[in-house]
Design a protein around this ligand. Structure first.
Ligand code: NAP
Length: 268
């Protein structure tokens, strides 16, 4: 459910798994106007849906329309996956946090959140999932920087230690001794200017992740690759968050196969 939803790649991803695991079902796009969201959710059970995804602009609004909300979704402040129970009740989850961590582990199986300081740029929906997942995974220091400082400060206050809000102007220096750098701003996305960030102080061993996935290699990732840093693009987070949603609906944790990745890459 979203408004609009035409741009979504999710039907391709879930359709691939429905076929691969020989399930009887379909993933369909449901354009739902914000003022009809409550009615649309009430109809899910009667229409035989196992659940749905919620996307822009419904991710926050659904929180107060569900019977139960998973603690991680509460912490993130947004729901992207809804499961319909046998009794018709609705439970909300946020699978972006799982998707983010899995995408890092796919690149570096031995990745650990407590390997060293993490620097996260951004304080929007994506950043909230990234920061909450890093905290849950045991990160000891998360430096959070956002263009609008009040949003970084509010998120740091909400999530508490280990998150510290750092001024946006200090972003170049904040990279010193970092083990992980994550861009969760919209900068570097197609149609947006590149993120303005000097990587000079970033250790060459630091993992650099961009949650933006259009383009697959953002200017930040290209710069990181050129100086030898390992990199992770945003497609992994997108694909892996879908796995956790699929598992909630169908009870099968699907795989991100090379074929699926190629199929989705071809749409970018
Ligand atoms: N890979 C995935 O699965 C995944 C999941 C979620 C999001 N994403 C991607 O992540 C990006 C952000 O999404 P979102 O949902 O978090 O968006 P959002 O809630 O609108 O947040 C946008 C963020 O970008 C910052 N920003 C915007 N313009 C900026 C500028 N000129 N300079 C510096 N910072 C700027 C905003 O800072 P202010 O607070 O100052 O406005 C805010 O922190 C998008 O490209 C989205 O596609 C990917």
């Amino acid at each position: 459910m979203g408004w609009p939803v035409g741009h979504s790649r999710s039907p391709k991803v879930h359709g691939y798994w429905i076929e691969r695991y020989r399930l009887s079902g379909a993933y369909v796009l449901l354009p739902v106007r914000p003022e009809r969201l409550a009615d649309a959710l009430k109809g899910l059970s009667a229409l035989g849906f196992a659940g749905c995804n919620a996307t822009i602009p419904h991710k926050e609004a659904v929180l107060r329309l569900l019977d139960r909300v998973d603690p991680m979704a509460k912490r993130i402040g947004a729901v992207n996956t809804i499961a319909v129970g046998e009794d018709g009740t609705l439970t909300g989850y946020n699978t972006d946090a799982f998707g983010f961590v899995e995408s890092l582990r796919e690149t570096q199986p031995t990745w650990r959140a407590d390997a060293g300081p993490a620097v996260v740029l951004g304080a929007g929906g994506g950043a909230r999932a990234v920061v909450a997942s890093l905290a849950e995974q045991g990160a000891r220091e998360i430096r959070l920087l956002n263009r609008t400082p009040a949003r970084a400060q509010a998120l740091a206050a909400e999530l508490g230690a280990p998150v510290t809000a750092v001024a946006w102007e200090k972003r170049h220096d904040a990279l010193a001794d970092a083990a992980l750098l994550v861009n969760a701003t919209s900068q570097g996305m197609q149609g947006q200017p590149p993120l303005e960030l000097s990587l000079d102080r970033l250790p060459a061993s630091a993992l650099v992740c961009d949650i933006v996935y259009v383009p697959l290699e953002t200017p930040l990732l290209a710069a990181a690759r050129r100086r030898g840093n390992p990199t992770v693009n945003g497609l992994g987070m997108l694909l892996h968050q879908a796995r956790a949603a699929f598992e909630k609906w169908f009870g099968v944790m699907p795989e991100v196969t090379p074929e699926l990745r190629r199929m989705i890459e071809a749409t970018i």
